[in-house]
Design a protein around this ligand. Structure first.
Ligand SMILES: Cc1ncc(C[n+]2csc(CCOP(=O)(O)OP(=O)(O)O)c2C)c(N)n1
Ligand SMILES: [Mg+2]
Length: 462
């Protein structure tokens, strides 16, 4: 913790140094409204929104591209801290929304058919089958753990059903050295990294083999060896932590990035905005992966934000961003692979908004049919299911059979049931461990504190 704090301080000094840096001249050849940035292009730090008016005498809120427009006095430039700004005699407001919503990158359609003729070679047979087995395992684990809660065997559970592609395909595109800062609906990354079904069950049952010693609610997994920070359900707190840790990776010259996952609801927290800004100015290798699943418990995204989702917030902070079909495992895999490479090679943050749907209730404490149509849930559970979409692609490649499918499902089912039974039989943690590893130095008992003078008052470092 102390070393993380000193790195935050170092990051703060760096921000000050950056703000003293001279601005880079504006590149007038750059199409300011183009979001088709070639991967190999060099960064263009100074940006101009290119707002101009069709009708030179009226006030407009239209946002269109074009630096060649006569209303822009290209010879008149305001030399301003942060970079030169073009002056214009035309008063116009930047529109609150673009004419078109940001498009969404996909590789496979709902039927598992590639959307272009371009062959997609990044995912070969072995990787694809591994991804698929993990998606199926996650689904089965979720279904059985959910039932275990309903039977009163565990106190709480929350599934990732409908979001298996984001979980598994993003994990597959990372390496174990990339440090994960999860929200709570991403156990698939742990699964991919080798967290066993028994380890999941031990945490949910809070038994003595749980790494948190039974002191957390179920689903608050964490693994030091798998570089997966423990889930904190206080929404969005993991996002700035990921930025600080990314700064640490950068200082140590590590060929790795941090990856933080969060929901659409989390983007309404100040932590999200502070983190994006901090990451942009410190130029750290962090991937912000937003699972926009349409709902934050009962709050629909229409009540969460009025922007075009989350992706548009990236450029506002100076962060390269992409919107991807979160139910298309190949698109997620490809986008995360490329984002990771850019983040590390160019030392920069990247924002990925993955469009998906929370098919399950928010948690076992929720009944989502009270606030959303059952037909909507069913549509996403069936037509848009990411696992069956990926399966169709495997089938087309001749990589998977019905026999293998039923063998996989029955084997995983047996393993999950076995893990639950074993976790349930295991003893509970000792009460004596209630405060173990919660503080670096423990205060002495109250009667040892003395009369309260500074020298004898114990210091708690946390
Ligand atoms: C700071 C904070 N505020 C509120 C809550 C209550 N809460 C728990 S989950 C949640 C919704 C989060 O939605 P989203 O980020 O979209 O994630 P999703 O559950 O959809 O995956 C809320 C409001 C919380 N845990 N922490
Ligand atoms: Mg959500």
């Amino acid at each position: 913790m102390a070393s993380l704090l000193s790195r935050f301080r170092a990051a703060h000094h760096l921000i000050r140094r950056l703000s003293e840096r001279r601005a880079v001249p504006l590149n007038l050849n750059q199409n300011p409204t183009s979001n088709l940035l070639p991967l190999s292009s060099s960064p263009v730090p100074a940006t101009f929104n290119g707002v101009w008016n069709q009708n030179s005498h009226s006030m407009s809120t239209e946002t269109q591209g074009g630096l060649q427009h006569p209303d822009i006095c290209t010879d008149q430039v305001l030399d301003f801290p942060g970079g030169p700004v073009l002056l214009t005699s035309e008063m116009s407001f930047i529109s609150e929304s673009a004419r078109q919503r940001t498009s969404c990158y996909r590789v496979l359609d709902d039927d598992g058919l590639p959307v272009t003729d371009k062959s997609f070679q990044e995912v070969g047979k072995e990787l694809a089958l591994n991804m698929y087995s993990n998606m199926v395992t996650l689904q089965i684990m979720d279904t059985i753990f959910y039932e275990a809660q309903r039977q009163g065997r565990i106190s709480f559970y929350l599934t990732s059903i409908g979001e298996e592609a984001i979980n598994i395909a993003s994990a597959a595109a990372l390496t174990i050295h990339d440090v994960i800062f999860p929200q709570y609906r991403e156990p698939g990354i742990l699964l991919w990294r080798g967290f066993t079904l028994q380890e999941f069950a031990n945490q949910c049952f809070g038994n003595k083999d749980d790494y948190g010693k039974g002191r957390q609610m179920p689903i608050h997994y964490g693994s030091r060896s798998l570089n997966y920070f423990t889930v904190s359900s206080t929404i969005a707190t993991q996002i700035p932590n990921a930025v600080g840790a990314a700064y640490s990776l950068k200082m140590d010259n590590k060929q790795a990035c941090t990856v933080t996952y969060f929901g659409d609801g989390a983007t309404s927290e100040g932590d999200f905005h502070g983190a994006l800004n901090f990451a942009a100015v410190t130029e750290v290798p962090v991937l912000f992966i937003c699972r926009n699943n349409g709902w934050a418990i009962s709050t629909p995204t229409s009540e969460q934000f009025r922007s075009d989702g989350v992706v548009v917030k990236g450029p506002a902070y100076g962060i390269r961003s992409i919107r991807v079909d979160g139910n298309d495992a190949l698109a997620v895999y490809h986008a995360v692979s490329v984002a990771r490479e850019m983040a590390i090679k160019e030392s920069r943050p990247i924002l990925i908004e993955a469009l998906t749907y929370r098919v399950s209730h928010h948690s076992t404490s929720d009944d989502s049919t009270k606030y959303r149509p059952v037909e909507e849930i069913e549509h996403w559970r069936t037509v848009r299911d990411p696992t069956s979409r990926f399966r169709k692609w495997l089938d087309r490649n001749g990589w998977w059979t019905d026999k293998e499918e039923s063998e996989l499902r029955s084997e995983v089912r047996k393993k999950v049931l076995h893990a639950i039974q074993a976790a349930e039989r295991q003893e509970k943690p000792s009460v004596a461990d209630l405060f173990t590893d919660t503080m670096p130095a423990f205060p002495p008992p109250a009667n040892d504190i003395g009369d309260g003078d500074a020298a004898s008052t114990p210091q708690i470092l946390c």
